[in-house]
Design a protein around this ligand. Structure first.
Ligand code: EPZ
Length: 444
């Protein structure tokens, strides 16, 4: 989806969105696809850029809905932020005029909540709307608040906002009850300008946490242990802008790998980091796919029907929860019975009924789905409830017999850059259906 459609979408996102994705399954995906920069890495790094006095240039930034929303959040804080050209984002946080991130933006995207700490660290005060839950779970922010309070901030939570105030921040010890990626990134970022040393215990070790630490260190921060369960941050007085290459999006890579296997295709996936994709590559091999890993690319192919296997989502380096839904679509056509257990979120199975509409045999209870593989899926009208559910329906539609029509695609374009063009480049029969008004115009 081009940036133009983004701008258009941004304006009418709040109105009922009618565009749909039309897919006709059956084509074996072949060729090469280039992976974009990481959505989740980018969002945390854009929040981190608020700490730096001076200009920051981010390269390899995907033009997706969530990045555009974070640009809006930074602008709402009075920070210069603009996509200079595709992939290049310039942020200048020398001055931060505002201290409040409005509800309209935070409710659109939870990750905007992570500007609270950096604004507090720069300005001594910050006010951010509380992010609500979303379709995949309650997603509380208690670990974030606990960490920022431990750094010495006075926190006030009412009227739907979190207000944080502190004349200065002090290094401290923080223990996370669960290795939350967001809380680790938020506390690590905020601690960079605190006085003394902060240690985060039971920290998340996601590649996006490691990339954020690398970015902050380039700005002058002192951080050790990112990528392990103990992160140590020694505070400094000031950080400066920097020039940073974004890490590739391992979830996008995983999604195209699933599509390649489901269509019995042969796809070269460019721009990956081998160790970052390993958790799902090992699962792909378990189900019978052939995966060759190269320095910056991987080749994924499958000739046979996939084999059933069990999946348990876990924090990194466990199996990523963000690929649970696409992999479930894959296992829905596998030979045998698979058990999928979702350990990170309490309700990340909203796609199940949609796959069942396509002929899948899945029984879901609580955090577990029992998938009895069927020989084939059939195309149907389905609806995406969230980003990765959308990805699962796209993969299912590519492998299904006949035509599928997927609505709710605004969820997909929040996190997948140019998905239609990339799939077409691999030989898929996919198109965007014009929304009703345009459809009516076409019919006349
Ligand atoms: C990040 O979310 C990603 N989002 C998610 O990807 C991803 O699923 C998740 O990490 C886990 O890998 C971004 O980076 C923008 P968490 P985050 O804090 O940081 C609970 C996608 O599809 N928790 O690691 O919000 C929480 O409810 C998205 O791209 C608390 O209880 O996830 C969840 O059950 C979806 N209290 C668990 O921890 C807290 O204060 C892990 O959440 C924070 C989290």
């Amino acid at each position: 989806m081009s940036a133009r459609q983004h701008q258009r979408k941004d304006t009418d996102r709040r109105s009922a969105y009618l565009d749909k994705l039309l897919l006709t399954g059956g084509a074996q995906l072949r060729g090469t696809v280039e992976i974009s920069g990481s959505k989740n890495g980018c969002l945390a790094i854009m929040a981190g850029a608020l700490l730096g006095k001076g200009e920051t240039v981010l390269r390899g930034v995907p033009s997706i809905g969530d990045v555009h929303t974070m640009i809006d959040v930074l602008r709402a804080l009075g920070v210069k932020s603009a996509m200079e050209r595709p992939g290049i984002l310039r942020i200048d946080a020398t001055e931060i005029d505002g201290t409040e991130a409005p509800y309209e933006l935070v409710r659109r995207m939870r990750a905007s909540f992570s500007v609270l700490g950096p604004v507090l660290a720069r300005k001594g005060y910050a006010k951010v709307a509380m992010p609500g839950g979303c379709d995949i779970g309650a997603r509380p922010i208690d670990f974030h608040v606990k960490g920022i309070q431990a750094l010495g901030a006075m926190i006030n939570m009412d009227h739907g906002f979190v207000e944080a105030e502190a004349s200065s921040l002090m290094g401290t010890q923080v223990y996370l009850n669960f290795p939350s990626a967001g809380a680790t990134q938020h506390i690590m970022t905020t601690a960079c300008l605190a006085e003394g040393v902060t240690t985060i215990h039971n920290a998340a070790a996601e590649p996006e946490v490691v990339a954020l630490a690398r970015f902050l260190k380039q700005m002058g921060a002192r951080i050790e242990g990112a990528g392990t369960t103990t992160v140590r941050v020694e505070g400094v007085d000031e950080l400066h802008g920097t020039d940073f290459d974004m890490l590739p999006d391992r979830m996008e890579a995983g999604t195209y790998a699933v599509a390649a296997v489901m269509t019995r295709g042969d796809v070269r996936i460019e721009n990956i980091v081998p160790e970052d994709v390993e958790p799902f590559v090992l699962k792909l091999r378990e189900i019978g796919a052939v995966v060759d890993i190269h320095e910056h690319a991987m080749r994924v192919r499958a000739k046979e029907r996939p084999l059933a296997t069990d999946i348990m989502t876990m924090p990194h380096p466990g199996f990523p929860t963000d690929l649970q839904q696409p992999f479930a679509a894959l296992l829905s056509i596998a030979e045998g019975t698979s058990v999928v257990t979702e350990n990170v979120y309490e309700r990340r199975f909203k796609y199940v009924n949609e796959l069942v509409r396509m002929g899948a045999d899945i029984k879901q209870e609580g955090r577990t789905a029992i998938i009895n593989g069927v020989p084939k899926l059939t195309g149907a009208q389905t609806s995406a409830s969230d980003l990765r559910a959308g990805a699962a329906l796209v993969c299912a539609g590519l492998a299904a017999e006949g035509r599928s029509e997927i609505s709710g695609i605004e969820h997909i374009e929040r996190g997948y850059e140019n998905m239609i063009d990339k799939l077409k480049g691999l030989g898929a029969d996919v198109a965007l259906a014009p929304d009703e008004q345009e459809r009516e115009a076409v019919c006349v």
